[in-house]
Design a protein around this ligand. Structure first.
Ligand code: ATR
Length: 271
């Protein structure tokens, strides 16, 4: 069987081995997928040895996504625009290819699993860090009429919007300056990790509005709780987690696993 792994620090709580093993069992692909704790200064050495010793693919998580981006010989467009890599593989030439499947996983979950529309909608993206940047190219490719980035530090949102301005109708600003209402609000800030709600004005959720928190857990995040109280349909990042994994699996194996049973099992385990 061929070897794959997820690399991070910490890594203990990673659900990737469970998800990829389920994909392998379902598709009959003969792989082993392990988790690897790598010291903070040891990512590049680990990754090079892994591939030199016959390993086929890596998933990369916190805090190594930027180092994986720097290590890759070639980047997909979505990894280049994310400036972060969560998936590595050896290509036909024996070079290390870096991809980022996070944003595609998010958009797939929103459009295909939840059945929420992005095309023709007004989107609000909260946060301007790595998670927000990683989502931008796939989100804009889904053709919203407008995408506004709002961030605690306004300047970072303005810059990020300027950087992607060729790819769609977008704008950026601070949270306090938020105006208007949005069909879909995506929380890509790390506020939920701190169990806090970014300061959001009343009335920014459109009629029939939706809210997606990239974070997930057994309980609703403060953001999802707030959005529900505003009348929005809400979802958390569990679907995104499984879909980004499916996208990596497809890149490595050329086979697209069915995610529905895997998402159902994960939801059951987490609750
Ligand atoms: P990630 O990779 O998860 O995106 P990051 O790059 O450190 O992590 O970015 C964290 C994002 O969450 C930033 O946009 C940050 O806002 P600032 O740019 O102002 O720092 C945002 N964030 C973190 N804690 C927050 C909070 N309590 N309220 C609102 N935004 C917060």
């Amino acid at each position: 069987s061929e070897r794959y792994a997820v690399v991070g620090n910490p890594i203990k709580h990673s659900l990737s081995p469970q998800i990829h093993s389920a994909f392998a069992a379902q598709t009959g692909e003969d792989i082993v997928y392990s988790k690897q704790l790598v010291p903070l200064d040891g990512f590049a050495d680990f990754a090079r040895s892994f591939f030199a010793e016959g390993g086929r693919g890596l998933n990369v998580t916190v805090p190594f996504k930027l180092e994986a981006f720097e290590l890759a010989d070639t980047l997909t467009d979505r990894a280049a625009s994310a400036r972060a890599v969560n998936t590595l593989l050896l290509d036909e030439k024996g070079e290390i290819l870096g991809d980022n499947t996070d944003g595609a996983g998010l958009v797939f979950d929103i459009c295909n699993n939840l059945g929420w529309q992005i095309r023709g909608k007004k989107i609000l993206l909260l946060g301007a860090g790595g998670a927000a940047r990683g989502a931008l190219l796939p989100l804009l490719a889904a053709q919203p009429t407008h995408l506004h980035i709002a961030n605690r530090t306004a300047e970072k949102a303005v810059q990020l919007a300027a950087e992607f301005s060729q790819l769609g109708e977008l704008s950026g600003g601070g949270l306090e300056a938020l105006r208007g209402c949005y069909d879909l609000i995506i929380n890509a800030s790390s506020a939920s990790l701190d169990k806090v709600l970014p300061p959001l004005p009343e009335g920014c959720v459109a009629d029939q509005g939706k809210a997606y928190d990239m974070m997930y857990g057994a309980d609703l995040t403060p953001f999802s709780h707030w959005a529900q109280a505003q009348g929005a349909d809400v979802a958390d990042g569990q679907g995104m987690l499984v879909e980004q994994a499916a996208e990596s699996f497809f890149l490595w194996r050329g086979v697209r696993p069915k995610t529905t049973p895997v998402r159902a099992k994960l939801r059951q385990d987490l609750n």
